[in-house]
Design a protein around this ligand. Sequence first.
Ligand code: COA
Ligand code: MG
Length: 284
Amino acid sequence: MMRSFLFVPADSERKLEKAAGVAADALILDLEDAVAAAARPEARALAAAYLEGRDNVWVRINPIDTEDAEADLEAVMAGRPAGIVLPKPRHAHDAVRLSERIDVLESHNGIEHGATRIIALCTEHPEALFTLHSYVSTVPRLAGLSWGAEDLGAAVGASARHDEDGDWLPPYELARSMCLFAAAAAEVAALDTVYTDFRDLDGLLRYATKARRDGFNGMLAIHPAQVEVINAAFEPTAEELEHAERIIRLFDENPGAGTVGLDGKMIDRPHLIQAQRLLQAHRK
Ligand code: COA
Ligand code: MG
Protein backbone atom coordinates (compact mmCIF):
# COMPACT_ATOMS: atom_id res chain seq x y z
CA MET A 1 0.00 0.00 0.00
CA MET A 2 1.34 3.38 -0.97
CA ARG A 3 -1.52 5.68 -0.08
CA SER A 4 0.03 7.86 2.61
CA PHE A 5 3.68 8.75 3.29
CA LEU A 6 4.08 10.89 6.41
CA PHE A 7 7.11 13.16 6.64
CA VAL A 8 8.65 13.28 10.10
CA PRO A 9 11.50 15.71 10.81
CA ALA A 10 14.19 13.34 12.09
CA ASP A 11 15.54 15.83 14.63
CA SER A 12 12.30 15.77 16.64
CA GLU A 13 12.09 12.96 19.19
CA ARG A 14 8.58 14.02 20.01
CA LYS A 15 7.38 13.74 16.40
CA LEU A 16 9.22 10.46 15.89
CA GLU A 17 7.46 9.04 18.91
CA LYS A 18 4.11 10.38 17.77
CA ALA A 19 4.60 8.98 14.25
CA ALA A 20 4.89 5.44 15.58
CA GLY A 21 1.17 5.51 16.40
CA VAL A 22 -0.03 6.97 13.10
CA ALA A 23 -1.70 4.72 10.50
CA ALA A 24 0.43 5.96 7.60
CA ASP A 25 1.35 3.32 5.00
CA ALA A 26 4.91 4.57 5.36
CA LEU A 27 6.95 7.19 7.20
CA ILE A 28 9.63 9.36 5.66
CA LEU A 29 12.21 10.47 8.22
CA ASP A 30 13.44 13.79 6.89
CA LEU A 31 17.11 14.72 7.03
CA GLU A 32 16.80 17.45 4.39
CA ASP A 33 14.73 20.63 4.36
CA ALA A 34 12.81 20.09 7.60
CA VAL A 35 16.08 19.82 9.55
CA ALA A 36 18.48 22.72 10.09
CA ALA A 37 22.07 21.98 9.05
CA ALA A 38 23.33 22.20 12.64
CA ALA A 39 20.78 19.61 13.78
CA ARG A 40 21.68 17.04 11.12
CA PRO A 41 24.23 14.96 13.05
CA GLU A 42 21.75 14.48 15.88
CA ALA A 43 18.92 13.84 13.39
CA ARG A 44 20.99 11.11 11.68
CA ALA A 45 21.55 9.36 15.01
CA LEU A 46 17.86 9.57 15.89
CA ALA A 47 16.86 8.27 12.45
CA ALA A 48 19.29 5.37 12.70
CA ALA A 49 17.94 4.37 16.12
CA TYR A 50 14.34 4.76 14.98
CA LEU A 51 14.81 2.44 12.00
CA GLU A 52 15.83 -0.50 14.19
CA GLY A 53 13.17 -3.17 14.01
CA ARG A 54 10.67 -1.05 12.09
CA ASP A 55 9.19 -1.68 8.62
CA ASN A 56 7.93 0.81 6.05
CA VAL A 57 10.22 3.58 7.19
CA TRP A 58 11.93 5.62 4.47
CA VAL A 59 14.55 8.33 4.82
CA ARG A 60 14.81 11.53 2.82
CA ILE A 61 18.49 12.27 2.44
CA ASN A 62 20.08 15.47 1.19
CA PRO A 63 20.73 16.04 -2.55
CA ILE A 64 23.09 13.40 -3.91
CA ASP A 65 25.84 15.88 -4.88
CA THR A 66 26.27 17.08 -1.27
CA GLU A 67 28.54 15.80 1.51
CA ASP A 68 25.48 15.58 3.70
CA ALA A 69 24.00 12.90 1.44
CA GLU A 70 26.95 10.59 2.04
CA ALA A 71 26.78 11.10 5.81
CA ASP A 72 23.02 10.53 5.72
CA LEU A 73 23.36 7.22 3.88
CA GLU A 74 26.18 5.97 6.08
CA ALA A 75 24.14 6.72 9.18
CA VAL A 76 20.87 5.11 8.15
CA MET A 77 21.61 2.15 5.88
CA ALA A 78 22.45 -0.19 8.77
CA GLY A 79 18.87 0.30 9.94
CA ARG A 80 17.55 -1.22 6.69
CA PRO A 81 15.22 1.55 5.59
CA ALA A 82 12.41 0.54 3.23
CA GLY A 83 13.87 3.06 0.87
CA ILE A 84 15.52 6.40 0.28
CA VAL A 85 13.71 9.51 -0.89
CA LEU A 86 15.93 11.52 -3.22
CA PRO A 87 15.41 15.29 -3.34
CA LYS A 88 16.29 17.64 -6.19
CA PRO A 89 17.58 15.23 -8.86
CA ARG A 90 18.25 16.84 -12.25
CA HIS A 91 18.13 13.59 -14.15
CA ALA A 92 17.73 9.88 -13.47
CA HIS A 93 21.56 9.81 -13.39
CA ASP A 94 21.26 11.19 -9.87
CA ALA A 95 19.04 8.27 -8.87
CA VAL A 96 21.53 5.88 -10.52
CA ARG A 97 24.30 7.50 -8.49
CA LEU A 98 22.27 7.00 -5.33
CA SER A 99 21.53 3.43 -6.32
CA GLU A 100 25.23 2.69 -6.73
CA ARG A 101 25.98 4.03 -3.24
CA ILE A 102 23.15 1.88 -1.90
CA ASP A 103 24.63 -1.17 -3.67
CA VAL A 104 27.81 -0.75 -1.64
CA LEU A 105 26.07 -0.03 1.65
CA GLU A 106 23.65 -2.92 1.24
CA SER A 107 26.55 -5.24 0.81
CA HIS A 108 28.42 -3.76 3.84
CA ASN A 109 25.36 -4.19 5.99
CA GLY A 110 24.40 -7.67 4.84
CA ILE A 111 21.19 -6.43 3.20
CA GLU A 112 19.79 -8.32 0.24
CA HIS A 113 20.80 -6.60 -2.98
CA GLY A 114 18.00 -4.38 -4.30
CA ALA A 115 15.91 -4.47 -1.11
CA THR A 116 16.25 -0.72 -0.58
CA ARG A 117 13.92 1.17 -2.91
CA ILE A 118 14.07 4.75 -4.19
CA ILE A 119 11.46 7.47 -4.57
CA ALA A 120 12.67 10.48 -6.55
CA LEU A 121 11.18 13.97 -6.10
CA CYS A 122 11.40 14.47 -9.79
CA THR A 123 10.39 18.10 -10.35
CA GLU A 124 12.31 20.05 -7.73
CA HIS A 125 14.96 21.22 -10.16
CA PRO A 126 13.83 23.10 -13.30
CA GLU A 127 16.22 21.07 -15.46
CA ALA A 128 14.56 17.89 -14.21
CA LEU A 129 11.33 18.73 -16.03
CA PHE A 130 13.18 18.26 -19.32
CA THR A 131 14.73 14.91 -18.40
CA LEU A 132 11.79 12.99 -16.99
CA HIS A 133 11.94 10.35 -19.73
CA SER A 134 15.31 9.36 -18.25
CA TYR A 135 13.55 7.36 -15.49
CA VAL A 136 12.24 4.78 -17.95
CA SER A 137 14.07 1.47 -17.38
CA THR A 138 17.15 3.01 -15.73
CA VAL A 139 16.76 2.50 -11.98
CA PRO A 140 15.54 -0.97 -10.96
CA ARG A 141 15.21 0.23 -7.36
CA LEU A 142 12.79 2.98 -8.32
CA ALA A 143 9.45 2.48 -6.56
CA GLY A 144 7.87 5.83 -7.20
CA LEU A 145 8.07 9.41 -8.36
CA SER A 146 6.75 12.37 -6.46
CA TRP A 147 7.02 16.07 -7.03
CA GLY A 148 7.37 19.35 -5.20
CA ALA A 149 6.45 22.93 -5.95
CA GLU A 150 8.50 24.79 -3.34
CA ASP A 151 11.94 24.54 -4.90
CA LEU A 152 10.60 24.94 -8.42
CA GLY A 153 8.87 28.18 -7.48
CA ALA A 154 11.99 29.45 -5.74
CA ALA A 155 14.04 28.69 -8.86
CA VAL A 156 11.94 31.03 -10.98
CA GLY A 157 11.31 33.64 -8.29
CA ALA A 158 7.57 33.01 -8.17
CA SER A 159 5.61 34.95 -5.57
CA ALA A 160 2.71 32.47 -5.54
CA ARG A 161 2.12 28.84 -6.33
CA HIS A 162 -1.63 28.71 -5.72
CA ASP A 163 -4.53 30.81 -6.99
CA GLU A 164 -7.17 32.40 -4.71
CA ASP A 165 -9.08 29.10 -4.50
CA GLY A 166 -6.00 27.19 -3.37
CA ASP A 167 -5.58 25.41 -6.71
CA TRP A 168 -2.14 25.06 -8.27
CA LEU A 169 -1.21 27.80 -10.71
CA PRO A 170 -0.50 26.49 -14.24
CA PRO A 171 3.30 26.09 -13.88
CA TYR A 172 2.83 23.72 -10.91
CA GLU A 173 -0.14 21.90 -12.39
CA LEU A 174 2.16 21.22 -15.36
CA ALA A 175 4.90 19.82 -13.11
CA ARG A 176 2.34 17.68 -11.30
CA SER A 177 1.03 16.25 -14.58
CA MET A 178 4.54 15.61 -15.85
CA CYS A 179 5.34 13.67 -12.68
CA LEU A 180 2.18 11.58 -13.11
CA PHE A 181 3.00 10.66 -16.71
CA ALA A 182 6.69 10.09 -15.98
CA ALA A 183 5.73 7.61 -13.24
CA ALA A 184 3.39 5.82 -15.65
CA ALA A 185 6.12 5.71 -18.30
CA ALA A 186 8.62 4.32 -15.78
CA GLU A 187 5.96 1.92 -14.42
CA VAL A 188 6.32 3.10 -10.83
CA ALA A 189 3.92 4.65 -8.32
CA ALA A 190 2.94 8.30 -8.70
CA LEU A 191 2.70 10.16 -5.38
CA ASP A 192 1.13 13.58 -5.19
CA THR A 193 2.91 16.27 -3.22
CA VAL A 194 2.16 17.60 0.26
CA TYR A 195 -0.93 19.66 1.07
CA THR A 196 0.68 22.31 3.23
CA ASP A 197 -2.47 23.85 4.78
CA PHE A 198 -2.50 21.10 7.41
CA ARG A 199 -5.48 22.40 9.39
CA ASP A 200 -7.79 22.33 6.34
CA LEU A 201 -8.84 18.67 6.26
CA ASP A 202 -11.87 19.33 4.02
CA GLY A 203 -9.60 20.94 1.46
CA LEU A 204 -7.21 18.01 1.78
CA LEU A 205 -10.02 15.52 1.16
CA ARG A 206 -11.03 17.36 -2.03
CA TYR A 207 -7.41 17.55 -3.16
CA ALA A 208 -6.59 13.90 -2.45
CA THR A 209 -9.83 12.67 -4.05
CA LYS A 210 -8.93 14.54 -7.21
CA ALA A 211 -5.38 13.17 -7.05
CA ARG A 212 -6.65 9.61 -7.06
CA ARG A 213 -9.06 10.35 -9.90
CA ASP A 214 -6.17 11.76 -11.90
CA GLY A 215 -4.27 8.51 -11.40
CA PHE A 216 -1.97 9.13 -8.45
CA ASN A 217 -1.43 6.08 -6.24
CA GLY A 218 -0.85 8.00 -3.04
CA MET A 219 0.27 11.23 -1.50
CA LEU A 220 2.82 12.74 0.85
CA ALA A 221 1.65 14.04 4.24
CA ILE A 222 3.19 16.47 6.72
CA HIS A 223 0.89 16.15 9.73
CA PRO A 224 -0.59 13.08 11.51
CA ALA A 225 -4.15 14.41 11.06
CA GLN A 226 -3.74 14.26 7.28
CA VAL A 227 -3.06 10.53 7.16
CA GLU A 228 -6.56 9.20 7.80
CA VAL A 229 -8.02 11.62 5.25
CA ILE A 230 -5.51 10.59 2.60
CA ASN A 231 -5.99 6.87 3.28
CA ALA A 232 -9.73 7.24 2.84
CA ALA A 233 -9.41 9.35 -0.32
CA PHE A 234 -7.19 6.74 -1.99
CA GLU A 235 -9.74 3.98 -1.49
CA PRO A 236 -12.23 3.79 -4.35
CA THR A 237 -15.90 4.22 -3.50
CA ALA A 238 -18.37 1.32 -3.65
CA GLU A 239 -19.95 2.99 -6.71
CA GLU A 240 -16.62 3.10 -8.54
CA LEU A 241 -15.96 -0.58 -7.82
CA GLU A 242 -19.44 -1.49 -8.95
CA HIS A 243 -19.07 0.55 -12.14
CA ALA A 244 -15.81 -1.27 -12.91
CA GLU A 245 -17.51 -4.63 -12.37
CA ARG A 246 -20.29 -3.63 -14.75
CA ILE A 247 -17.75 -2.71 -17.45
CA ILE A 248 -16.01 -6.06 -17.12
CA ARG A 249 -19.32 -7.94 -17.18
CA LEU A 250 -20.40 -6.04 -20.29
CA PHE A 251 -17.26 -7.03 -22.18
CA ASP A 252 -17.60 -10.63 -20.95
CA GLU A 253 -21.16 -10.72 -22.29
CA ASN A 254 -20.11 -9.23 -25.62
CA PRO A 255 -17.01 -11.17 -26.64
CA GLY A 256 -15.46 -9.71 -29.75
CA ALA A 257 -16.93 -6.24 -29.19
CA GLY A 258 -14.36 -3.47 -29.24
CA THR A 259 -16.71 -0.89 -27.90
CA VAL A 260 -19.97 -1.01 -25.93
CA GLY A 261 -22.46 1.48 -24.54
CA LEU A 262 -23.07 1.86 -20.80
CA ASP A 263 -25.52 4.39 -19.34
CA GLY A 264 -25.37 6.37 -22.57
CA LYS A 265 -21.57 6.56 -22.67
CA MET A 266 -19.09 4.90 -25.00
CA ILE A 267 -16.90 2.33 -23.28
CA ASP A 268 -13.88 0.89 -25.08
CA ARG A 269 -10.62 -0.86 -24.37
CA PRO A 270 -8.93 1.81 -22.19
CA HIS A 271 -12.00 1.76 -19.92
CA LEU A 272 -11.78 -2.03 -19.67
CA ILE A 273 -8.10 -1.86 -18.74
CA GLN A 274 -8.80 0.83 -16.15
CA ALA A 275 -11.65 -1.25 -14.66
CA GLN A 276 -9.42 -4.34 -14.47
CA ARG A 277 -6.65 -2.34 -12.82
CA LEU A 278 -9.00 -0.88 -10.25
CA LEU A 279 -10.46 -4.24 -9.30
CA GLN A 280 -7.08 -5.94 -9.24
CA ALA A 281 -5.74 -3.32 -6.86
CA HIS A 282 -8.76 -3.03 -4.60
CA ARG A 283 -10.90 -6.16 -4.65
CA LYS A 284 -10.90 -7.37 -1.07
N1 COA B 1 5.05 13.65 12.39
C1 COA B 1 4.83 13.26 13.66
N2 COA B 1 4.23 14.02 14.59
C2 COA B 1 3.85 15.25 14.22
C3 COA B 1 4.05 15.72 12.92
C4 COA B 1 4.69 14.89 11.98
N3 COA B 1 4.94 15.30 10.72
N4 COA B 1 3.55 16.98 12.82
C5 COA B 1 3.05 17.27 14.03
N5 COA B 1 3.22 16.23 14.87
C6 COA B 1 2.79 16.13 16.26
C7 COA B 1 3.21 17.31 17.08
O1 COA B 1 4.47 17.10 17.64
C8 COA B 1 2.13 17.34 18.13
O2 COA B 1 2.40 16.35 19.09
P1 COA B 1 2.20 16.65 20.66
O3 COA B 1 0.73 16.95 20.78
O4 COA B 1 2.62 15.39 21.30
O5 COA B 1 3.05 17.82 20.93
C9 COA B 1 0.90 16.90 17.40
O6 COA B 1 1.39 16.14 16.27
C10 COA B 1 0.04 18.02 16.88
O7 COA B 1 0.82 18.90 16.13
P2 COA B 1 0.37 20.40 15.86
O8 COA B 1 0.51 21.19 17.11
O9 COA B 1 -0.97 20.35 15.23
O10 COA B 1 1.37 20.89 14.77
P3 COA B 1 2.79 21.59 15.03
O11 COA B 1 2.57 23.06 15.02
O12 COA B 1 3.46 20.97 16.19
O13 COA B 1 3.61 21.17 13.74
C11 COA B 1 4.46 21.28 11.53
C12 COA B 1 3.31 21.69 12.47
C13 COA B 1 4.10 21.66 10.11
C14 COA B 1 5.74 22.00 11.95
C15 COA B 1 4.64 19.76 11.65
O14 COA B 1 3.43 19.16 11.28
C16 COA B 1 5.80 19.18 10.88
O15 COA B 1 6.92 19.23 11.32
N6 COA B 1 5.51 18.55 9.72
C17 COA B 1 6.51 17.89 8.92
C18 COA B 1 7.36 18.89 8.16
C19 COA B 1 8.28 18.19 7.20
O16 COA B 1 8.78 17.11 7.46
N7 COA B 1 8.51 18.81 6.04
C20 COA B 1 9.34 18.24 5.03
C21 COA B 1 8.57 17.78 3.86
S1 COA B 1 7.71 19.08 3.01
MG1 MG C 1 11.93 20.51 -0.43
